[in-house]
Design a protein around this ligand. Structure first.
Ligand SMILES: Nc1ncnc2c1ncn2[C@@H]1O[C@H](COP(=O)(O)OP(=O)(O)OP(=O)(O)O)[C@@H](O)[C@H]1O
Ligand SMILES: [Mg+2]
Length: 267
């Protein structure tokens, strides 16, 4: 089963911007006409539905309880503007914490279900929990891309390193890319990426790819407070433009890896 179209959004450290970024990335792909599924994979403290102001009829909790199938638990998100793109969300169970105690078999089932569902979409984006526990690592096992968000704080860098180390150990061919978030400017973003990449090259012998840099931007907080989408509320903001660029880069690099080899003319 090909799962190259799955993107997991991880960080190690909490509160570095995974959820708003995952939502905005989903929206960015949807604006380009892609058929997108966004999954709230933060099994302990789901937030996607809260950040988007959704009231889902079903969520992952109903799926785990056996009340509905995964594909019947989706909520369609209309982003407020008919030209702005809509996408599907598999909501978590916000405010309950019940999914934090899933058994290994239940998470394995969910993992399998996500992989099956991926064949029906152009791309599936999974917003993960903070930390490096077994659930987070299991959801990072696919042939797509893991985007690790990191900011300039030492704890964010060390936690991102720990996450990357474990994902790499479980899945040595993982496509590991980094998003430097809350950067003061481009040079700061490059410094953040450089610090993480240097540690991974020195101690793990792996070279990371930079997926992009997102500046610190107050429009994100405003968007979350209004429980809406950044590309709808502040489409011209620096953070929105940065995510659009990251989406564009991901599309271009995916095309490069899936393009058939160019035939060589015989002499
Ligand atoms: N580039 C940025 N500029 C300014 N504020 C930001 C930026 N990125 C994230 N934030 C702020 O960081 C906070 C946390 O964001 P978010 O909930 O998306 O993080 P998270 O990594 O999903 O957290 P958790 O680990 O708890 O799931 C939000 O209040 C958001 O406004
Ligand atoms: Mg989150």
């Amino acid at each position: 089963m090909s799962t190259q179209n799955i993107i997991t959004v991880a960080s190690g450290k909490g509160g570095v911007g995974k959820t708003w970024f995952a939502i905005t990335l989903a929206h960015a792909f949807a604006q380009r006409g892609e058929n997108i599924l966004l999954i709230d994979g933060d099994l302990g403290l789901a937030n996607v539905d809260v950040q988007l102001g959704l009231a889902p009829s079903h969520d992952l909790g109903s799926v785990i309880a056996g009340q509905v199938a995964l594909e019947d638990a989706l909520t369609r998100v209309e982003t407020g503007n008919k030209n702005a793109g809509s996408f599907d969300v598999l909501a978590g169970k916000s405010g309950s914490g019940v999914l934090s105690a899933l058994s290994h078999a239940e998470v394995a089932n969910l993992h399998q279900g996500i992989q099956s569902l991926a064949s029906q979409y152009d791309r599936v984006i999974v917003d993960l929990a903070a930390g490096v526990d077994a659930n987070v690592l299991q959801l990072c096992e696919h042939n797509g891309t893991t985007l690790t968000l990191v900011n300039g704080e030492p704890t964010s860098l060390t936690d991102a390193y720990a996450l990357i180390k474990l994902v790499h150990m479980n899945h040595p061919h993982a496509d590991l890319r980094v998003v430097a978030n809350m950067a003061e400017d481009k040079a700061d973003g490059q410094r953040i990426f450089g610090a993480l990449n240097k540690a991974c090259a020195t101690f793990l012998d792996i070279n990371l790819t930079s997926a992009g840099i997102i500046p610190r931007d107050d429009t994100i907080r405003d968007t979350i407070r209004h429980q809406t989408a950044l590309l709808y509320r502040h489409p011209g903001s620096k953070a929105a433009q940065a995510v659009l660029k990251i989406a564009e880069n991901l599309i271009v690099s995916a095309k490069k890896t899936t393009a058939p080899p160019t035939s060589r003319k015989s002499a």
